[in-house]
Design a binder for this molecule. Sequence first.
Ligand code: PHE
Length: 350
Amino acid sequence: MSLAVFLSDLDALACEATAAFASAGDPAALEAARVEFLGAKSGRLKAVQKGLGKVDQADKPAAGKRFNEVKQAIESVHQQAVARLAAAVGPKKSSRAFDPTTPGVHPRLGRLHPITQTIDELKEIMGRLGFTAVEGPEVEDPWHNFDALNIPPEHPARDPLENFYLEMESAGTPAVERGMKERPLTTLLLRSQTSTVQIRTMEKMQPPVRIISCGRVYRPDTADATHYPMFHQIEGLLIDRGVTMADLKSTLRLFARSAFDPDVHIRFRPSFFPFTEPSVEVDMSWQGGWMEMGGAGMVDPNVLKAVGYDPEEYSGFAFGLGIERICARRHQIADIRELYKNDVRFLRQF
Ligand code: PHE
């Protein structure tokens, strides 16, 4: 036999063996392939080895050397296939019996953010007092954020330093295409208070009105332990015949007792808001002192007029409270900035 024929038999066998080991999908198939190619008695490698004796004497050293290389290569491909199948099965199962008393692995559940939890609870409390939860947009126009709330054009509450104004091109064709030099801008802003929803609700319905609205408001305040440039308010509005300040006070007292503990103290301080008259600031007792919770008052007749209600017939009260501070008091959180750090170690506590 010539050296060339022997070597080509050897190479063909190497190719076939490699393919067979690589495609073996389970241990039985791999074992069958091993017997076929590497079997000690009648394996095909053994058969090729027999041809080695018939190679010309002068070529024997070269043929023998090549035979050993190919044999090693095939064996190593077989070992790889063994390892591949073992990895697919996974680590060898322990022979120890299953112990049903071993504590299980606790799956970690996600949960609602403490602010969301607080809002749900406040809606529930006010719902029991007969108030329906409504919503309003966070991007507002000056009519709902100011004018209708009796805040005149020159009022400092409109100052750009106190608000996040957005300038928007009026809807329709872009000004440039209409050949305008000056773009007509409709001023919009991120609402600075949820009182906007009072107006939006009264524009849509006739008294009696008994609503709350919870949502985000925006003010360019510096963040500190009790302030954040975005925070949440709960707005309440009640309009009916013969509503008095006593109704406002008792409603807020009931609200506080349900939201906190029954012996929480509520304090009302005279204040001013353009949209209520008289107006009060509402404080809650906390850690031996007082914490401001928000503002309230009897709805100003000008506001009722702005939405087409007759102030001679109807009166009402409104309040707007900070939800972060309510949440902080409920959970003894010393700094409301914690609520927005998204630190899961903090959030997991609620
Ligand atoms: N909108 C006021 C604020 O954000 C709170 C308020 C609401 C006061 C309703 C009176 C009545 O400060």
